[in-house]
Design a protein around this ligand. Structure first.
Ligand code: HPA
Length: 249
């Protein structure tokens, strides 16, 4: 079984290059996963793939069963998760089509199930979350980008908002003051849950629009539409290399 799982986000609900070996339908103590988990091969490496918004992108960010998704992947024996995310860009160097591998998170979400231990909490269930992403896995993402000549910013603060609406201009201004470079709706509690299970976790974020109030364009939504397809092709290219190199890491 594979050690690596990819959680696909908006714009990446499947990866065409993968050869599907089997599909896992897993019921967890926390309910059902967003979709069947695809077990696939690429060359001689295996990988698991799970689209977090469901196969047909019908699950809103605040309704995703993050606990079931992470629990199921862990129960299948994986040790590393690379999360793909379409995000808004806040800092000047993070315009549409930029790839970023963030190294920090600020969590603005609320009302989501944030822990596997909510009901039976013990002191040992606190996690050290100083560094929310796993440095060794971030490095593998960056190496895969370099091998493809894909430019990627190697750090950044991901601000996780509740959604499903986009932010107001004032909210983005505040997030910029807080130090956020990116804004997305699915970064938390996914990262914290991965840490609770002891999984390595990194994020490959594709900027698909300027965050609210930062663009000359009339419509953020049409900006997202214009960017997402070509950008995700790059992400897929990067992931293909990442999967191929996953056996040697
Ligand atoms: N805000 C929040 N989430 C997003 C955005 C955004 O501007 N773009 C893509 N996901």
């Amino acid at each position: 079984m594979s050690e690596l799982a990819i959680i696909g986000g908006t714009g990446l609900s499947k990866m065409d290059k993968l050869v599907v070996v089997s599909k896992h339908n897993i019921e967890t103590p926390f309910g059902s996963t967003s979709a069947e988990i695809i077990e696939a091969t690429l060359d001689d490496q295996t990988v698991l793939f799970l689209p977090r918004h469901g196969e047909k992108h019908t699950i809103a960010p605040h309704k995703i069963n993050y606990r079931a998704n992470l629990w199921a992947l862990h129960s299948l024996g994986i040790r590393k998760v690379v999360a793909v995310a379409a995000v808004g860009g806040i800092s000047a160097n993070a315009g549409p089509e930029t790839l970023v591998c963030p190294d920090q998170i600020i969590d603005y979400t609320y009302g989501r199930e944030q822990s596997f231990f909510s009901d039976n909490f013990l002191a040992e269930h606190h996690i050290d979350f100083t560094h929310p992403y796993t440095e060794s896995l971030r490095k593998q993402v960056l190496i895969a980008a370099r091998k493809n000549d894909i430019s990627i910013i190697d750090n950044g603060v991901y601000g996780a908002t509740q959604g499903p609406r986009l932010e107001t201009a004032a909210e983005i201004k505040r997030m910029a003051q807080d130090g956020c470079n990116l804004v997305g709706m699915t970064g938390m509690p996914e990262a914290a849950l991965a840490r609770e299970l002891g999984l390595d976790y990194a994020c490959c974020a594709l900027v698909v629009n300027w965050a609210a109030g930062l663009s000359e364009q009339d419509s953020i939504l049409s900006e997202i539409e214009q960017t997402i397809e070509s950008g995700m092709t790059l992400v897929e290219q990067l992931l293909t290399t990442l999967i191929k190199q996953s056996g040697s890491a």
